[in-house]
Design a binder for this molecule. Structure first.
Ligand SMILES: Cc1cn([C@H]2C[C@H](O)[C@@H](COP(=O)(O)OP(=O)(O)O[C@H]3O[C@@H](C)C(=O)[C@@H](O)[C@H]3O)O2)c(=O)[nH]c1=O
Length: 174
């Protein structure tokens, strides 16, 4: 008869590559943050930590959701007034486009175009009022995770949208 004492405890270990290292973005929009996601892989597959309060008590989330994006699909343009988005891309091939329309921002007018996903696994923090859009560049459905800083309330959805082809934004999704 097996008992709990028959199990072996994992030994303490030190990660070879620290997760969440900050990555630089050219002409980076103020408040935008790009951090490296590190996958631990073995013969069974991979495990990737998307967020943890282990080293930073503020690095937690009240709300997590999964987005399945059809091939070629575009989610644009949108901003939030009360939350930051924290988007985890670690599979597929996505283009994230950000545009700074904040009147007081030191980077007002800046456009950032980021290609992320399996080839560039990142956690992207998008501050409130920063306009953004996400496109699945791949030829099959792909997935990303959002862990915003506030829970989504259907009674008060925090989502402000503009048509993806609006001429006022200097980017066109293909
Ligand atoms: C965000 C959210 C949406 N929903 C519902 C509302 C709607 O029926 C469906 C799709 O929601 P939306 O149209 O708001 O999601 P969408 O426009 O696809 O926005 C997504 O795309 C990227 C670019 C983002 O920036 C995120 O805000 C993410 O929500 O899911 C929830 O039930 N819970 C949630 O937390």
């Amino acid at each position: 008869m097996v008992t709990l004492d028959d199990f072996t405890d994992d030994a303490p270990w030190v990660p070879a590559t620290p997760a969440f290292a900050d990555l630089a973005v050219e002409n980076q929009i103020e408040g935008l943050r790009l951090r490296r996601l590190v996958s631990n892989s073995d013969g069974r597959g991979t495990l990737t930590v998307l967020m943890t309060d282990l080293h930073d008590p503020s690095f937690v989330t009240p709300h997590v959701y999964h987005v399945m994006a059809e091939a070629g699909s575009v989610r644009a343009w949108v901003y939030h007034k009360r939350q930051s988005d924290r988007l985890a891309f670690l599979a597929g091939s996505f283009r994230v486009v950000l545009y700074d329309l904040r009147p007081e921002s030191p980077t007002r007018g800046a456009l950032n175009v980021l290609d992320v996903g399996a080839a560039n696994p990142v956690l992207l923090t998008i501050p409130a009022f920063v306009v953004h859009g996400v496109q699945n560049l791949g030829h099959e459905a792909a997935h990303f995770i959002n862990m915003p800083t506030r829970a989504y309330d259907p009674a008060h959805p925090d989502k402000s949208r503009l048509d993806r082809d609006h001429p006022g934004i200097p980017y066109r999704f293909g």
